[in-house]
Design a protein around this ligand. Structure first.
Ligand code: SAM
Length: 300
């Protein structure tokens, strides 16, 4: 699947299926002996998708699965802690951009009166709601789904859904940026900045220059091709190449951009984050952690 400016997707298609890949990683962590978090809903999403014909992009590739699961575990826990800390500082309005199958609105201990707004493509949020409803899962706080493409006028949709720009907001963008063009990424941050009252907090998974580089892409494609070949040889379902969904072009440095606009910024790189949560990348793996960093910012 190649990208177009107004493409859309269901959960098992193209960009939508990347949310299932993350859910698959969360199943692995939840089922581990000492999980850093438990996401009991991740199983339900994967089961429903498999029943609809989806197969994991990691196939039977144990090494890739282990590396990705360690990364996703650390990333998930990091964003969990970010939201919990924001709540402990009184923030009760949360916006999860590109929420996918994230279940924080259902499983985190939100402070009283919190509203969580989730933005993602309509069919992705519809699948999520369908599966959670089928399992009688109830949000742990106020929850508002805002089904919209993040390249459209989502600030208007958010306001229409009840969002109050005069209240400090806690924002996240996890697993999103490579799926936006560089120009759409810039627009996203302009809009977040405009909608953020003083005291707002933002956490972003930012992708570094190696991620977007020709060399970085060639290395990842080689590994992906090996996994695809192994799946084919074993007669397993065709694996998709996720790199075809990314916009590979130079980006604005998120941390620098925010720092220049009244945001106090701290950054941690993926390997340090994984070490912090004791989910280090497997030692025998190639390229075990992606070239990402986690940019936390507070608007002054
Ligand atoms: N943040 C979630 C998580 O970590 O579980 C999902 C991450 S998944 C890798 C990427 C998500 O971004 C998908 O749910 C996809 O639908 C969403 N996404 C990407 N581009 C989008 C766009 N233009 N509009 C709305 N959602 C988008």
């Amino acid at each position: 699947m190649s990208r177009t400016d107004d493409d859309s997707w269901a959960i098992t298609e193209g960009v939508g299926a990347t949310a299932l890949g993350v859910a698959r990683g969360r199943v692995t962590e939840t089922d581990s002996v000492w999980p850093v978090y438990a996401d009991p809903y991740a199983h339900y999403f994967v089961e429903a998708a498999v029943a609809a014909g989806w197969s994991s992009p990691f196939g039977e590739d144990g090494e890739r699965m282990r590396a990705m699961s360690a990364y996703i575990a650390s990333r998930t826990k990091h964003f969990d802690d970010f939201f919990t800390t924001a709540g402990a500082n009184g923030l009760d309005q949360a916006v999860i951009l590109a929420a996918g199958l994230d279940t924080r609105a259902w499983r985190l201990p939100w402070i009283s009166g919190t509203t969580v707004y989730e933005l993602d493509q309509p069919k992705v949020l519809a699948f999520k709601q369908r599966v959670l409803t089928a399992h009688a899962a109830r949000p742990a706080t106020g929850y508002v789904a805002v089904p919209i493409d993040l390249r459209k006028d989502w600030p208007e949709a958010l306001r229409h859904a009840g969002f109050d720009a005069s209240t400090p907001t806690v924002w996240s963008a996890e697993g999103l940026l490579p799926y936006l063009s560089a120009a759409d990424q810039d627009l996203l941050f302009e809009r977040i900045d405009t909608l953020s009252a003083a005291g707002s907090r933002l956490d972003v998974e930012a992708f570094g220059p190696d991620f977007y580089s020709t060399e970085g892409l060639a290395r990842r494609r080689e590994r992906i091709e090996r996994a695809r070949g192994a799946a084919r040889a074993a007669g397993r379902p065709e694996l998709h190449d996720p790199s075809r969904l990314w916009y590979l072009e130079p980006r604005t440095n998120v941390a620098q951009w925010l720092a220049a606009r009244d945001w106090e910024v701290t950054t941690i790189d993926a390997p340090d984050l994984m070490a912090h949560y004791q989910r280090p990348a497997p030692e025998d793996g190639e390229d075990p952690a992606p070239d990402t960093s986690f940019v936390e910012a507070r608007k002054t």
